[in-house]
Design a protein around this ligand. Structure first.
Ligand code: ZN
Length: 358
């Protein structure tokens, strides 16, 4: 008889189907204490014998603190009912915790991880902390769910970090940390305050389609990202983060300003969306042409072409329409269109020059 967990060749515990590591924990009482104790002893025994494979194991507390682990620590799909501790440890390989679950906190403070740490699609019920830790390669937290805070203060991260599609319900901070690679937060959800400006990120920082619960966090995070992309010379990505920074700033203004500025955000795209501005420009020309056509009350294709030409020239050369227009409502509408044109056309030229000219 072997343990029923796929790939495990340990003997089952007493008359159970699983070995002590893969055995479910009993609810409470003296039996829980006994099983907890036996699981801890088994972990110690395995580490002493150089076996670092804990795939699918079920722990009450997992404690890997103060250890020297000579290779990769495999915790894939394992479950921890309480906290996971790995403080002041030295791991010569990486930590593989993919699809793992920690119901309490996951603490890696002051540890030295010479490989990568991967927690792909993992779940943490409490906080996750890497304060004062060092990870020499990648920090791979894609699709992870953290119900508490994620703290990476005073860390040294030797590679890139990825939180794409991750959910962090509370604050995330990188105070005084050094990140040698890039930091990715695409399509992530950040539910608390963010401190990215306090880190030294040598590569890029990306928040494409990232959702922020707090608008101030969006402003701060996107400003940090914009500055980094500008330094890297990627203007498209810098513009994207500038747009989101401006959007966040707008949402923090007073009711009147917040809504007036919608004009700058949507039709003008804060000066970084040329296509949007072209569509706005053409839309306004069409709109006024149709209004003039209606006022003239002569619905032939020729008059429509004539009105389009008039509307286009009024937008482009404000004085044209004002001089050539008739009086009354038609005249006032022409002035109004000329006024819009006086802003739109120069804006278009500025955006075009900024984006495509040096
Ligand atoms: Zn087993």
């Amino acid at each position: 008889m072997q343990c029923k967990f796929a790939g495990c060749d340990s003997d089952p515990y007493e008359d159970q189907e699983y070995c002590i590591l893969h055995l479910d924990l009993p609810g409470k009482g003296s039996e829980l204490e006994l099983i907890k104790d036996l699981k801890e002893k088994e972990v110690e025994r395995k580490i002493e014998s150089g076996d670092l494979n804990f795939k699918g194991a079920k722990f009450f507390d997992a404690n890997f603190s103060g250890m020297h682990i000579p290779g990769d620590l495999i915790l894939t799909q394992s479950t921890v009912l309480n906290d996971f501790h790995c403080l002041d440890s030295e791991i010569d390989g990486g930590i593989w915790f993919d699809q793992g679950t920690v119901a309490g906190h996951a603490i890696f403070e002051s540890s030295l991880i010479r490989g990568s740490i991967s927690f792909f699609k993992g779940k943490v019920g409490g906080n996750i902390s890497f304060d004062h830790a060092q990870v020499d390669k990648y920090v791979w937290f894609e699709g992870v769910t953290v119900e508490g805070e994620a703290s990476f203060n005073q860390c040294h991260l030797g590679g890139s970090i990825s939180f794409n599609n991750a959910t962090i319900d509370e604050n995330i901070s990188f105070y005084g940390s050094i990140i040698e690679g890039n930091a990715w937060f695409e399509r992530a959800y950040l539910g608390g305050n963010t401190w990215f400006d306090l880190a030294e990120i040598k590569g890029a920082l990306c928040f494409k389609d990232c959702k922020f619960k707090y608008i101030k966090s969006q402003e701060k995070a996107c400003r940090s990202a914009k500055i980094l992309w500008e330094r890297l010379g990627d203007r498209g990505k810098a513009d994207y983060h500038f747009y989101r920074e401006m959007e966040a700033k707008r949402k923090q203004k007073s009711f009147l300003h917040r809504h007036l500025e919608l004009i700058v955000q949507y039709p003008f795209g804060y000066g970084v969306r040329p296509l949007r501005l072209i569509l706005t420009f053409l839309g306004i020309i069409m709109f006024f042409a149709l209004v003039f056509w209606k006022i003239e009350d002569n619905y032939s294709p020729d008059t429509l072409m004539d009105k389009l030409r008039f509307s286009f020239l009024t937008m482009l050369i404000p004085a044209y329409g004002v001089i050539n227009a008739k009086t009354g409502i038609y005249g006032w509408l022409t002035i109004f269109e000329a006024f819009i044109g006086a802003f739109t056309w120069p804006t278009f030229m500025v955006i075009f020059a900024r984006k495509y000219m040096r």
